[in-house]
Design a binder for this molecule. Sequence first.
Ligand code: OSB
Ligand code: MG
Length: 369
Amino acid sequence: MMVEELSLYLISMKLIRPFVTSFGKTLERPCILVRVKSNGEEGWGEVVAESGPWYSYETTYTAWYIITEFVVPFILGKEVNDPRDINKLLSPIRGHNMAKAGVEMAIWDLYARLQGKPLFEVLGGVRKEIESGVSIGIQKSVKELLNLIDNYLAQGYKRIKVKIKPGWDVDIIRTIRKEYPDIPLQVDANAAYTIRDVNMLRELDKYSLLMIEQPFSYDDLVDHATLQRMLKTPICLDESISSPSMARSALALGSCKVINIKPGRVGGHLSSLTIHDICLNKGVPCWIGGMLETGVGRAHNVALATLPNIKYPNDISGSDRYYEKDIVEPPFKVSKHGTISVPKGIGIGVEVLIDDINRLSMKQANFKM
Ligand code: OSB
Ligand code: MG
């Protein structure tokens, strides 16, 4: 297969409700959609970089620059037998995993479609539906948070993840636990604490949380290992696991007992599969995280969530939890028992609504051999 044409679409999607984390507030989700073409087929990917360098140093605009200046020349017109070869072609580009992942994942979709197979099958997936959790941002009041939890539980979501930050942590969790003693509950700090906050984290250890996600810095492994030795609650790493090599290091150091895999953060599907397998071999469970993706990125995440070592509910919610109208058909729906059906069609298995994308796009670029 040869990528004959690559197109980029910069769109921005308005969120149904603002998403607030320890980094700040997101009202609109900008993203770059990537379309590749070969042999009369096409494939789609999504760049999950955000408007600013908060979760990652990458932004929508750095990703646009890296793809147009560096990724395209390495990919366009090159013969590739297998999407597993893309990583090596892009290896001269250091970092910028989100930019690379958007293209790599589009090529996986293209490859699956050329094979006439669903993407989840090509990736080695083993299930027909995936477990859906919901990630709830920081709210204006505890009452609003409890209302939202109530609502999402009624919709069927399998577990609740609550964002925490200094001043919105132990008291909030204590209140939630009083109201819901048994629900599967976890927290995500997005790196808002340091080892000096160990007393607060020891408090959190009392509330039977499924896990505590990324309490410390995005580039730390050592303090996380110290903390993990002090807590019975598993630590889950997100930001710190930027590559398979970081996953190996984290497991060797004992920095976590769970890994949140986000294909954008690690450079695409091949790196995600590698991290999944490293964890499987070490008996460390994984789940698939989210970045408020549109239906394109969500479809890729759903495919990854079918892998055998995905052992917790994922941050993959229904399209309607994020957007008024998704850019794929059919949109992703969560069943009453908290699952999402894996699309059965070839590739990502959903139709990408190109007219809507054209209408929404603020900028486009097209490259041909
Ligand atoms: O840390 O998991 C995170 C969204 C944007 C950036 C980082 C994170 C998140 C989420 C949302 O938690 C997960 C979702 O897509 O529903
Ligand atoms: Mg996280």
